[in-house]
Design a protein around this ligand. Structure first.
Ligand SMILES: *Cc1c(COP(=O)(O)O)cnc(C)c1O
Length: 368
């Protein structure tokens, strides 16, 4: 079923920030599988960990304990600064889990989301995803539209009710166009949630694991959510999702489950990926290379360029026109690009992209 508009190339292999198509053409990957391949393609440590785990045990279900899962739970508590984790298999599943957890914890039913949000495609997550085109054909959803403008705390304060289980927000919006909130926004949202006994959910599916130059984007704003979702980069390309919650917020036995959630192979991938982020200092690299990349991009004289924004290696280049032609120009000149919201070029390469590769990308864009 053709649910994606695809680029007309067949990708065969990858190494670091480069991928190769079946005709042997090389591309610098500024998409990273949609902010997934943060440690680069086929990192030897990840490949080795997957091989080793595959030879030992691939799946047993959560009716038993396994060492990789226990170890990963510990690592995630460590990197998120939160207390409890639940494992699933994708971003949308993480959002579903967060929604269920918010309802069962607060005994309230409603959710408040913001305009231009993206939280996934399953029925619950879809109810919180802004684009009408995604939602309209599938109504009735879990709730009627309840979206308030992004970066407007007063709008949240006005819309929150005694029945709001949670407010959900991406600390930097991804699919919505790499929208960075102003500094005090999330702090104010935190306060409004506390005053109304509503939970605060950060959707860090896209912003997590070093993408923005911090382990998690929440660190930039000094705000702690009650529940946080993770997926995309968590397994270095191996499918996985998770939520983390603070102490006191937890599912009880039988309240939620996932057959594959946290299986040994996925956990081994995530452990290896976290190792690489630490060992190669990729958080700092994301910050430094992100600053360099953004600086170079803002010097571009490309027609229609309005603004370069983002944090770390989560960069949006806003145009005053559609930018699909730039994606095509990039592809024809050895650079994979992606545009989101039609007018924003989203740049999200592996975090170990080199300066020389960044220069090549900027050069290709300059020619455009
Ligand atoms: C991609 C994304 C999701 C959905 O993740 P899937 O793994 O595609 O289901 C949810 N939230 C955010 C912020 C995302 O970027």
């Amino acid at each position: 079923m053709q649910t994606y508009g695809r680029q007309p190339i067949v990708i065969k292999s990858g190494k670091g920030s480069l991928v190769y198509d079946i005709e042997g053409r090389e591309y610098i990957d500024c998409v990273a599988g949609i902010a997934v391949n943060n440690i680069g393609h086929c990192h030897p440590h990840l490949v080795e960990a997957l091989k080793k785990q595959a030879e030992e045990l691939i799946h047993v279900s959560n009716l038993y304990y396994t060492e990789p899962q226990a170890e990963l739970a510990g690592q995630l508590v460590n990197v998120t600064g939160m207390d409890r984790v639940f494992f699933c298999n994708s971003g949308t599943e993480a959002v579903e889990a967060a929604m269920k957890l918010a309802r069962v914890t607060t005994k309230k039913t409603d959710f408040l989301a913001v305009e231009h949000s993206f939280h996934g495609r399953t029925m619950g997550a879809l109810s919180l995803t802004y684009k009408d085109m995604y939602r309209a054909p599938f109504k009735p959803l879990v709730q009627e539209e309840k979206f308030v403008p992004f970066n407007d705390a007063q709008a949240i304060s006005d819309a929150i009710t005694a029945n709001t289980a949670a407010v959900i927000v991406e600390p930097i919006q991804g699919e919505g166009g790499i929208n960075v909130p102003s500094n005090g926004y999330l702090k104010e949202v935190r306060k409004i949630c506390d005053e109304n006994d509503s939970l605060l959910i950060f959707d860090e599916v896209q912003t997590g694991f070093g993408r923005t130059g911090a382990w998690f984007c929440k660190e930039h704003f000094g705000v702690e959510p009650d529940i946080m979702t993770m997926a995309k980069a968590i397994g270095g390309g191996f499918p996985m999702g998770a939520i983390a919650a603070r102490e006191g917020i937890s599912f009880g036995r039988g309240e939620h489950a996932a057959t594959f959630g946290g299986n040994p192979l996925a956990c081994a991938a995530a452990l290896a990926s976290i190792d690489v982020i630490r060992e190669e200092d990729l958080i700092r690299r994301s910050k430094d290379m992100g600053e360099y990349f953004s600086k170079e991009l803002s010097k571009l004289s490309t027609e229609g360029l309005v603004e370069v924004r983002g944090k770390g290696l989560m960069i949006g280049v806003q145009f005053n026109r559609k930018c699909a032609d730039l994606v095509e120009h990039g592809r024809k000149n050895g650079v994979l690009l992606n545009c989101t919201s039609e007018t924003v070029l989203r740049i999200a390469p592996p975090l170990n992209i080199t300066k020389e590769q960044i220069d090549r990308v900027v050069n290709v864009l300059e020619q455009a």
